[in-house]
Design a protein. Structure first.
Length: 487
């Protein structure tokens, strides 16, 4: 018997719920879409994901939001302070590019979309940008960027190299008067004799079981095969992986491999909650017969609670020992599970906001404790920078010339990421002051670095400061000269 194939979705497969999406032809893609839903439900703590065993009268199990804790901590340290820097080219082209970029980012609410897409990329393992343009819109507003569900993204790859992307299907399951259908927007690279590519686009409605093959025909054509403008030579679909795995065209969720231990946390917490409830009320034993309801004359249950007095006809009615004292055992077990979960996810306590003041004040201790999280985030940051550098290169050099008639000769856009660790302002000021006093840096660099700490200086502050310094030195020199002359 052949061994089961291990995939990025193997650990989540036992938790998949509901029917498989029948409109997806490939088994691996089916599992990918199911995994996207599973990990999103884990993040939002959907009770049906994990089957907690109900013990005794515990009908309301407790679900610990452990997945959300891991994801949000990772999101906080991944690509913080993302921005796009403008450099190169003439002063005029650089200023024009900067103005166009700021308008585009603000109009498209890019930074807020970026934050949301990044979070769901960590949850699901993949996130995707889609650039489009409408030439009928007013000038300066024709290009748009959208974050799409990675479950819509089906890359067309080379048969011999899975990393070579030849095109992409953006697929949506829709309902029509004729029944379920697939809407498929497809981009393909069309090789040219000079070695470059042109990009074709087509849009249509397909049968649910006949949409992926190269010979499948749409039942309705929304847009026939059309070539994008010649300036555009790259696919307008940008896929960012949460993790990079050799030979795998998709990323992996941050929650991959943590499903079982997350479920154990729910079970332990629910059991502890039941134990505490029983510890408060107690479990009792008696050799007495059932109490009788005086209204019906039938057997009934004991009514336990404050103010109730039980009358028994037996010899004893005692609380069973051994129920109390379980809190410490459950707590220790629960803490061990949490520690294992956080260690596996490279999420130390300090990354989720639990930190000793002395550790926070010590740069070395802080770096050591945050090391696992920062190392994990650094790998993700590189994937984010690589893809976004390509995205903004295409926007500047392809989409802007094609649809807005803008050109920026020699201008370069570079994605940048801020520091994930908070800066110790007092220590940084001391370092800058010391370097300035020793002549290691000049006042211009000093002001530049201090600006990063939140201070805002007027544009002409350098000229004013230099004039005041020279005037002050001249006054001091004159006063000393007069003093020496009088002496």
């Amino acid at each position: 018997m052949a061994a089961n194939l291990f995939t990025p979705y193997t650990t989540g497969e036992p938790f998949f719920q509901g029917s498989k999406p029948s409109w997806i032809p490939g088994d691996l893609d089916i599992m990918r879409i199911q995994a996207y839903q599973l990990y999103e439900e884990m993040y939002w703590n959907v009770p049906t994901v994990f089957q907690v065993s109900l013990r005794g009268s515990n009908e309301q199990p407790i679900y610990v939001p452990s997945a959300r804790t891991i994801v949000d901590a990772t999101h906080r340290y991944t690509a913080p302070g993302f921005s796009v820097a403008v450099s190169g080219g003439s002063t005029g082209d650089q200023g024009k590019a900067m103005a166009e970029l700021e308008t585009f980012l603000r109009r498209e609410r890019f930074l807020s979309k970026f934050s949301g897409a990044k979070r769901y990329g960590i949850i699901k393992g993949d996130w995707v940008w889609h650039i489009t343009a409408d030439p009928d819109k007013p000038e300066g507003s024709r290009i748009s960027i959208t974050s799409i569900d990675p479950g819509m993204y089906f890359p067309i790859t080379d048969d011999e190299n899975v990393d070579k992307i030849l095109g992409a299907h953006l697929v949506e399951y829709i309902t029509t008067p004729d029944g379920p259908r697939i809407r498929r927007l497809t981009y393909r690279k069309v090789p040219q004799p000079d070695g470059t590519n042109k990009i074709s686009v087509e849009d249509g409605i397909f049968e649910t079981d006949k949409w992926e093959g190269p010979t499948d025909k749409p039942v309705k054509i929304l847009q026939p095969v059309t070539m994008l403008p010649d300036d555009i030579t790259s696919l307008p679909v940008y896929h960012i992986k949460n993790t990079e795995t050799p030979g795998d065209p998709f990323g992996s969720s941050e929650l991959r491999g943590l499903e079982v231990i997350a479920g154990a946390l729910h079970q332990v917490m629910s059991d502890e909650d039941l134990a505490l409830a029983l510890d408060g009320i107690g479990v009792y034993a008696t050799d007495s017969s059932h109490p009788i309801d005086p209204a019906t004359g039938q057997k009934t249950t004991w009514k336990m609670g404050p103010g109730n007095v039980q009358h028994v006809d037996g010899k004893f009615f005692n609380r069973v020992s051994g129920v109390s004292g379980l809190g410490d055992s459950y707590g220790a077990h629960y803490n061990r599970l949490w520690e294992a979960l956080k260690q596996a996810a490279s999420t130390p306590d300090i990354a989720i906001g639990s930190v000793d003041v002395q550790v926070a004040a010590s740069g070395v201790a802080l770096a050591l404790q945050l090391g696992p999280m920062l190392s994990k985030a650094a790998d993700k940051n590189q994937l984010i920078l690589d893809t976004h550098n390509q995205l903004f290169y295409d926007w500047l050099n392809m989409w802007e010339p094609a649809y807005e008639g803008m050109s920026f000769k020699g201008v370069v856009l570079s994605s940048t990421i801020g520091d994930a660790v908070p800066t110790d302002r007092v220590q940084r000021f001391a370092e800058l002051n010391d370097m300035l006093d020793r002549g290691v840096i000049d006042t211009e660099y000093y002001r530049s670095e201090v600006s990063k700490l939140g201070y805002v200086f007027p544009v002409d502050i350098g000229t004013k400061a230099d004039a005041e310094f020279q005037a002050r030195n001249a006054d001091q020199f004159a006063a000393r000269l007069n003093s020496d002359a009088n002496a």
